[in-house]
Design a protein around this ligand. Structure first.
Ligand code: HEC
Ligand code: HEC
Ligand code: HEC
Length: 462
């Protein structure tokens, strides 16, 4: 009897060693001889990231089996909502920068050990990411961020933060800025000379109007909330659905939008501007070719590049001023990073770098239970691709304490509700009251300075 136990124990030990050996052999850490990029590619490949996170998933053979196949397909569909990793892999192969959001998401999933998905390495057990491999990915993420995304303003200890400080200025042509400033405030861009850009994006009200939907010419009401113009230069594309690739192409749209400024054409606007001898003289000095849609919007875009709000308390903290934030505010920042907020709300603007689905974890629009507008479709409206339904450009969170109401549909009146719902609909987390307190405190540290003074909002008396 005793012998049997010994034999069994011996067998178990030998089997364990064999399993470990096979695991080691199959799951070898990529050799240090390889370049860092290649090692990361190999680890992600082995982790099956592209099997699931891919528009055209590379399904394994068993995905044709009845029960397991259904599981695989469901996982892949859910994975694709989270992120398409094809672009990141292609960039890695070409030695190009991986997008800032993809970088933050990959880093976070490895940091939290959530990926590869358990279901996957149960079958492909060698796909499990070992400690040595985690280290390779985390080092790569750090190096990659330093090389491509940290603007050097943060103190050494914060150079690897997903959030980076706002710059003091971006190089601009001052003569164009002066013209752009005038045109930004010029009501002649609207049909009945009642509205300028500043009517909906007043600089004294933090670049918003605090309405759910802004009234246009004749009191017409749009169907999407006005974002702020402050720091919009940091957006990778403009508008909630990204339909304008640049600030200049963005500025060409409101003047002719029938529910906004409602002008018939740029010729109509130019005819009015031409009657202004002083403006025309100044304009020709800077743009010898004269007024056109291209030159007018170029000047406005140049002006918008000056709408930066540096030196918020978070930025001062990141630059090394430890006392710039209170304990509660720092707790809010820690939560912001621990939960996955800083993977979408990433970079200098804390957003504006990717499209993301509103309702990753739960169906936001079903719960809202009001009729869907075309604008609710988000990016889908532009591409017609099913995956883009309800995907919006992530709003930046700079000066967020001044820009209520929130969300593209303006349905959240205050930040407490917006935050609780972000956690719920994007991450399936119910935040505690104390956590919400910390988030609210943290948002106050995101208000920056414009022209050397703390940004204010006259509408809100703060
Ligand atoms: C078997 C399919 C599958 C594989 C393989 C897989 N994922 Fe995922 N991934 C998912 C699913 C499903 C979700 C959403 C549910 C969840 O978060 O658990 C997800 C979520 C994510 C997220 C966002 C949320 C989070 O948990 O961080 C990231 C980032 C991510 N995966 C990265 C990766 C990377 C990197 C790899 C390769 C190392 C990988 N995934 C491998 C299916 C997969
Ligand atoms: C009637 C109100 C109104 C007027 C006037 C107006 N806008 Fe807007 N603006 C909006 C709304 C609403 C949106 C969001 C629309 C969307 O995303 O589809 C927006 C979006 C923007 C954005 C994109 C910001 C981002 O984060 O995506 C910029 C930049 C901007 N406007 C600048 C301007 C400029 C410059 C003018 C003048 C030429 C102007 N706006 C006139 C209401 C207005
Ligand atoms: C998967 C990406 C993603 C994650 C994770 C995420 N957000 Fe968002 N966030 C978005 C998108 C997209 C919107 C715009 C939604 C809309 O308007 O319908 C948004 C909007 C917001 C807004 C309102 C901004 C405005 O101007 O209307 C706040 C505040 C916010 N998020 C905070 C957070 C916080 C706090 C967390 C973490 C608990 C978080 N977000 C996590 C993508 C994300």
């Amino acid at each position: 009897m005793k012998r049997l136990v010994y034999i069994l124990a011996g067998l178990i030990i030998v089997a364990s060693f064999l399993i470990l050996l096979i695991f080691r052999l199959l799951n070898r850490v990529p050799s240090e001889e390889y370049a860092e990029n290649l090692r990361v590619q190999m680890i992600l490949d082995k982790g099956g990231c592209l099997v699931c996170h891919n528009m055209e998933p590379e399904f394994p053979f068993y995905s044709n089996f009845p029960v397991i196949g259904k599981m695989v397909r469901e996982d892949a569909a859910e994975a694709l909502v989270q992120i398409d990793l094809n672009e990141a892999m292609t960039a890695l192969k070409a030695n190009q920068p991986v997008g800032e959001v993809a970088l933050a998401k990959i880093e976070k999933s490895i940091l939290d050990r959530t990926m590869p998905l358990f279901n996957y390495y149960m079958i492909h057990w060698a796909s499990f990411t070992t400690e040595a491999e985690r280290e390779i990915i985390l080092n790569w993420a750090r190096n990659h961020r330093l090389a491509h995304y940290s603007n050097g303003l943060a103190a050494d200890e914060f150079l690897n933060e997903a959030v980076q400080p706002v710059e003091d200025y971006i190089p601009v042509d001052q003569a164009k800025v002066a013209l752009g400033d005038l045109l930004y405030h010029d009501t002649r861009l609207s049909l009945d000379n009642t509205l300028s850009c500043a009517s909906c994006h007043d600089l004294e009200t933090a670049g918003v109007d605090n309405e759910v939907f802004s009234p246009g010419v004749g009191g017409q009401i749009g169907t999407i909330n006005s974002p702020t113009v402050f720091n919009s230069v940091y957006n990778f594309v403009q508008f909630w659905d990204g339909r304008a690739p640049t600030l200049a192409t963005q500025a060409a749209q409101p003047p002719l939008n029938p529910v906004e400024m409602a002008s018939i054409s740029f010729e109509q606007i130019i005819d009015k501007l031409k009657q202004d001898k002083e403006l025309s003289r100044q304009f020709h000095k800077v743009y010898p070719e004269g007024y056109s849609e291209a030159t007018i919007t170029d000047a406005i875009a140049e002006f918008e590049k000056t709408l930066l709000t540096p030196n918020s308390r978070l930025d001062r903290y990141l630059k090394g001023e430890a006392s710039a934030m209170s304990e509660l505010e720092l707790k809010g920042y820690a939560l912001f990073k621990d939960y996955e907020c800083a993977t979408c709300h990433v970079g200098v603007y804390m957003g504006g770098q990717s499209y993301e689905k509103m309702g990753m974890a739960r169906d936001y629009f079903a719960d809202r239970n009001t009729e869907l507008s075309l604008d609710d479709m988000g990016r889908f409206k532009e591409t017609g691709i099913e995956r883009d339904r309800h995907r919006f450009k992530v709003p930046g969170l700079r000066n967020i304490a001044l820009t209520e109401p929130y969300f593209h549909d303006g349905t959240r009146k205050n930040l407490r509700d917006a935050t609780a719902d972000m956690a719920l609909y994007q991450l399936d987390i119910s935040l505690e009251e104390e956590e919400l307190d910390a988030f609210e405190a943290f948002y106050e540290t995101l208000t920056g300075e414009y022209q050397g003074k703390l940004l204010m909002n006259k509408n809100l008396n703060r």
